[in-house]
Write a protein that binds this ligand. Structure first.
Ligand code: NAD
Length: 491
């Protein structure tokens, strides 16, 4: 469906943020074949613009540029890199509204959530601008009587960053700010659903003074443009956020050149609500854990376990709140926007049909808003058997499965019965129970009596097939460094 191109919209005040070429070595580049791909607004199918599809050779050339820029960038004083990151942070603040609107149009999320994501994305630039100035040398107790031992943290070199469509700005700055602060140079690939957000960030990076070749954004088909990176020995680390399936593929491909890897993959979060919990808080926080980003969040609640004495009360309050959620175009700031594409809607339909066939019961929702649209009604399912697809596979949409449990041991076993291990949510009042269950949950993050677990100073990441490594915090920067051990004798 034709619509107003992003570059012609009145509500985007700085039109030069809307870029349709890739950003390589400080220049905006079309694909050499002239090929492009279309980006559409998931709320209405309107065409937002065409973006350049780069070839594998062009993607390789971006690594040449990043390699050539490395010595200069790594050789800057930490405070010089810090100043550039800080300027980039300031520019995100100055262009917050435009960046959020670009995101809403291509991604579909409600405007207030998009504004929140820009703040979250900017937070990584601010945090790593500071962190880059912290000492990167550590003294170690010597193993010899007359020698000094030090550990130096050095940038690994060129790093490849691959990001998904659900948080198109924050997933990029979470990686890029840490890598640049460590002294690495970057080749980045954004999802084909949401390239405009990444390209707008590249425009601001240039204005902030990031030198040519240090930060490159390569648009096009994922396999085509990232294949040359996984096989290139000059790319020393790869940081990927996306599906477990593609993460495993990149893991295998990276084995050939033994890269450092950070993999932030899928999740299947359990929520465990004990009878001692504050029920109002549990309902409110679980609504956020389920329905933020229209349910398209790796942290999204997939299985909600409620202890039997409070099960009926929780179900009633949660279903009532779900029934009141508004659906609409993200620009009107509803509670829930559209899903990203037709495949996502079909996954909701398949999981609901499968659960109903296996004996589940629908409390509310359960359909698309209307034929052909990408809006799916917020949905509550009960009596879902453990064999249902929704109990194993990521839903990535607004469907809540609510299940009763009796004992602590039982619910811990059920919550841990997943190949994923990203985040688990726990609601309880008894401190001993909170301690025991937090210890027993096999997840990288446990949120107690609240939902928000993200933020620049927080080490974000999962266990099992939810991934490897951590992003955010000091740890996130260390993923892009190598430790060099130096033993110094005074001859
Ligand atoms: P995806 O795996 O389909 O795509 C992610 C990125 O990989 C995109 O840039 C895409 O272009 C690229 N890609 C796709 N196929 C590729 C291939 N064959 N080779 C190389 N690159 C390829 O994921 P998505 O649909 O964009 O995002 C949703 C997924 O991301 C969900 O599973 C979600 O849980 C996960 N996610 C995880 C986190 C986290 O921090 N753990 C955060 C957000 C999203």
């Amino acid at each position: 469906m034709p619509g107003t191109a992003l570059s012609a919209r009145d509500d985007i005040s700085d039109k030069s943020l809307v870029r349709s070429f890739a950003y390589v070595n400080g220049k905006w580049c079309a694909g050499v074949t002239g090929e492009t791909f279309t980006v559409t607004d998931p709320a209405n199918g309107a065409q937002l613009g065409e973006v350049a599809s780069l070839t594998a050779d062009q993607s390789r050339a971006a690594v040449d540029a990043a390699q050539a820029a490395f010595d200069h960038w790594a050789g800057l004083l930490p405070q010089e890199r810090s100043a550039i990151l800080r300027r980039w942070f300031d520019l995100l603040g100055a262009h917050r509204e435009d960046l959020a609107r670009i995101m809403v149009l291509e991604q579909g999320k409600p405007l207030s959530e998009a504004l929140g994501e820009i703040d979250y994305a900017a937070g990584f630039l601010e945090f790593y601008a500071e962190e880059s100035k912290r000492p990167n040398i550590e003294g170690v107790t010597s193993h010899l009587p007359d020698a000094e031992v030090e550990l130096w943290r050095e940038p690994v070199g060129v790093v490849a960053l691959i990001t998904p469509w659900n948080f198109p700005s924050a997933m990029l700055t979470r990686k890029a700010a840490a890598a640049l602060a460590a002294g690495c140079t970057v080749v980045a690939h954004p999802s084909a659903e949401t390239p405009f957000s990444a390209l707008a960030l590249a425009e601001l990076a240039e204005r902030a003074g990031v030198p040519a070749g240090v930060f490159n954004v390569i648009t096009g088909d994922g396999a085509t443009v990232t294949g040359p990176w996984t096989e290139d020995p000059r790319v020393r680390a790869l940081s990927f956020t996306g599906s477990t399936e593609v993460g495993k593929l990149l893991y295998r491909q990276s084995a050939q050149t033994v890269k450092k890897l950070v993999l932030e993959l899928g999740g299947h979060a359990p929520v465990v609500i004990f009878e001692c919990a504050d029920l109002e808080t549990a309902v409110e926080e679980t609504m956020k854990a389920k329905f933020a980003t229209s349910g398209q969040d790796c942290l999204g609640a997939n299985r909600i376990y409620v202890q039997r004495p409070v099960y009926d009360a929780f179900l009633e309050k949660f279903s009532e709140a779900t029934g009141q959620l508004t659906l609409g175009n993200g620009m009107d700031d509803p509670d829930i926007g559209p899903l990203i594409h037709e495949r996502a809607v079909q996954r909701q339909e398949a999981q609901v049909a499968d659960a109903l066939e296996k004996g589940a019961r629908l409390v509310c929702g359960g359909k698309r808003r209307e034929a052909g649209s990408l809006f799916y009604q917020p949905t509550v399912l009960v009596d879902v058997p453990d064999t249902a697809l929704i109990m194993r596979e990521e839903t990535f949409g607004p469907i809540a499965a609510i299940l009763p449990f009796d004992t602590e041991d039982e619910v811990v076993a059920r919550a841990n019965d997943s190949e994923y291990g990203l985040v688990a949510y726990l609601h309880a009042h008894d401190p001993r129970r909170i301690y025991r269950v937090s210890r027993a949950l096999q997840y990288g993050m446990v949120a107690v009596n609240r939902t928000k677990v993200t933020g620049a100073p927080i080490p974000f990441g999962g266990t099992k097939q939810s991934g490897l490594g951590r992003e955010g915090a000091r740890l996130g920067m260390e993923e892009f460094t190598e430790v060099k051990y130096v033993c110094r004798d005074w001859a």
